[in-house]
Design a protein around this ligand. Structure first.
Ligand SMILES: [Fe+2]
Length: 303
């Protein structure tokens, strides 16, 4: 029988006694149940290859497919696996000027995975292959508590608003401005509500991400300041859990009720190799921005 140990007062837990490569139906049900309460679970001591990780993830839902962002896919890697690594094709750490490494630094901002997609990520599963000795942690914020702890005025302001997300937003902030205008990453913009309801529990969450570019129907400066203020509120230290990686950890999080970010490490002398799979969240599909109307008082209040 698996055992569960809470890792922080409000959310995150460690589950021991489950082998992801040989999980029973009861094991999968145990994890599903734990996710409802804890939103982040850590399964330590796993030994899984890419196929085993994808097979395990697929038991929780339809797998997300990643873009052709690197040579990994040209070399035949499955589209439902994502390498999160600072190693180049030669197996050595890439240089500080490497474009992929610089683009990946967008992960250092608080975000939810694939919020720039029409159907964003539900569960992300990150497996530690080679982990850092110092730095490189992954931090999580509980977005249910982020909503619950807003004062009533803020709740009234945020309810009904939606943000437009793009995969280029965080990268533009990092200084990348050379995207071709016909690049699907530039043209694909989707609109997600700022406040969501989790179908399993009925609890509300704030749905924020560094991919959120602006608030629909609000002047861009007002909307960006509101997004910044809400992110600051959501990621106060008492609402954050920090996972320090050990090799063999499989960390599962629900992107609908958490935000996360990676922490810095010395990429010139450490190796960090993680492998991600995600399922998709059809109930969180983007909506048509045409029907969104923002009353003037909300614009004033957001200023
Ligand atoms: Fe992420």
């Amino acid at each position: 029988m698996p055992t569960l140990t809470p890792l922080s007062p409000a959310f995150a837990a460690r589950i021991e006694g489950i082998d992801a490569a040989r999980a029973s139906e009861a094991d999968v049900a145990f994890i599903r149940e734990a996710m409802k309460t804890h939103c982040v679970v850590v399964l330590p001591g796993q030994a899984i290859d890419g196929d085993e990780q994808a097979d395990f993830a697929a038991r929780f839902g339809e797998l997300d497919s990643y873009e052709k962002m690197s040579g990994d896919y040209a070399r035949g890697m499955r589209k439902d696996l994502l390498n999160v690594s600072n190693l180049g094709e030669d197996g050595k750490p890439v240089g500080s000027e490497d474009r992929r490494r610089l683009l990946d630094m967008g992960n250092r901002f608080w975000h939810t995975d694939a919020s720039f997609k029409h159907v964003p990520a539900h569960l992300s599963m990150l497996y530690g292959i080679t982990v850092t000795r110092d730095g490189g942690e992954t931090q999580f914020a509980d977005m249910r508590v982020a909503w619950d702890s807003l004062d009533d005025d803020r709740k009234e302001l945020v309810e009904g608003l939606a943000a437009e997300h793009s995969s280029t937003t965080a990268r533009r902030f990092l200084g990348f401005n050379d995207f071709r205008e016909d690049n699907p990453a530039v043209t694909n913009r989707v609109t997600h509500d700022l406040v969501r309801v989790l179908p399993e529990t009925g609890r509300k969450t704030l749905y924020l991400s560094s991919h959120a570019d602006h608030i629909v129907g609000m002047p861009v400066p007002n909307g960006r300041l509101l997004l910044s203020e809400l992110t600051e509120h959501a990621t106060r230290p008492e609402n954050v859990f920090t996972h320090v990686w050990s090799a063999g950890d499989l960390v599962i999080w629900d992107n609908r009720c958490t935000m996360h970010r990676s922490c810095r490490y010395r990429a010139d002398r450490e190796t960090r190799q993680l492998r991600r799979t995600s399922t998709v969240a059809p109930e969180f599909a983007a909506r048509d921005p045409a029907g969104i109307e923002v009353p003037a008082w909300k614009i004033e209040a957001a200023a």
